[in-house]
Design a binder for this molecule. Sequence first.
Ligand code: DC
Length: 223
Amino acid sequence: MKHINITIDGPSGVGKTTLANITAKRFNCIHVDTGAMFRTFAIYFDKKGTDEENEQAVCAELSNIDIGIKYIDGEQHMILNGEDVTGLIRTERISHVASVISRYGNVRDELLKLQRKLAAENNVIMDGRDIGTVVLPDAGTKIFLTARPEVRAKRRYDELKAKGKLEGAELSDIEKDIIERDFRDSHREIAPLVPAKDAVIIDTSDLSIDEVAERIAGEIHGC
Ligand code: DC
């Protein structure tokens, strides 16, 4: 049986995860957050002290890393070598390491297998950077979200502040990091951040979460 595959791609802080969660509940799919997978790898390298800029050193460690995914009350949990690291993955440091290591082909290949397996076995809404272009090019609905960098920085700032995870960061630092990560994610050689030719592009800068959720739901047919 062919499963329903819906993709949501876009840059950092655009609201992919929140919107994929809402849409997954509405259409009874599981939400696969692929950024969380890269972040889980990043936790390993950060803990181990591996220089994330050293591709050889990073790739030499891959065989020691086992990444699992578990759903508890509908929420995705990331398991790193048997340990649930979900609560650790959303810091600015881990965002940086994840963005750097996601350039490496061997890292991407490891996760590609897991991502395609999940999509083959479940009805999924999968969010990331290359889901519509590389991971699930035959998906039935493809959404690409954008928003101005200053809007995304403000959203990320408010989110970190609400969680008490600002770690002294200023809004301007967060905006600078977002612009740097956008550049790295869109200019890398393998699977760069670009909309698929058949993706519906939604600029969320001046829309509420509910408005974007409605627009996405309007694009989903046959569920
Ligand atoms: O969506 P996010 O901010 O949690 O993703 C963290 C990093 O992982 C991001 O900077 C780029 C990388 N990533 C990727 O290269 N491909 C994906 N499908 C998802 C994330």
